[in-house]
Design a protein around this ligand. Structure first.
Ligand SMILES: [Fe+2]
Length: 159
């Protein structure tokens, strides 16, 4: 059972001697993501594998923008939900978006918060299908640093 007596220092992020990382995610501020009405907290990353783990919050009125997955993206939906033309997901669902696909999400009326694991990168697409922007691990790291939301990862050894 977690409590202040058992874990008296649980308010601080930790890097243990064995390399384990503890991120107190509630203490990290939401950082603006690539689109209006979207926010993230970077939890972990690996540049050599172009991989990152993040919390993503999507406001109900976030614009619908088509994107392509360079690699697969996995997500566990924590709150709310969203949909594509083929169907939707809600809190409690685990979702795998296949590498190589393109699609256009629509946030549910109550918005969405998910835990995402992204391989490769996401490419925002213009209406003609051409890339409009790339979100990769470097973009995530630099955006988190620019908004003072990278301190929990400064001491973590990551390649
Ligand atoms: Fe997607």
């Amino acid at each position: 059972m977690r409590d202040e007596q058992t874990y008296p220092d649980r308010q601080d992020h930790e890097v243990w001697e064995d390399g384990s990382l503890v991120v107190r995610a509630e203490q990290i501020d939401w950082v603006p993501w690539a689109l209006p009405g979207t926010w993230f907290k970077l939890l972990d990353y690996n540049r050599n594998h172009s991989w990152f783990v993040f919390l993503l919050k999507v406001d109900p009125d976030a614009p619908e923008v088509t994107h392509k997955h360079i690699g697969a993206a996995n997500a566990y939906i924590l709150q709310g939900g969203f949909s594509y033309d083929k169907g939707g997901v809600r809190a409690g669902d685990y979702f795998v978006e296949a590498g190589g696909i393109s699609h256009t999400p629509k946030s549910d009326p109550d918005g969405c918060i998910m835990l995402g694991f992204t391989n490769g990168a996401l490419a925002g697409l213009d209406e003609d299908g051409s890339p409009a922007g790339i979100i990769d691990v470097d973009w995530m790291v630099e955006q988190a640093k620019a908004h003072g939301a990278f301190g929990h990862l400064e001491k973590a050894v990551r390649s």
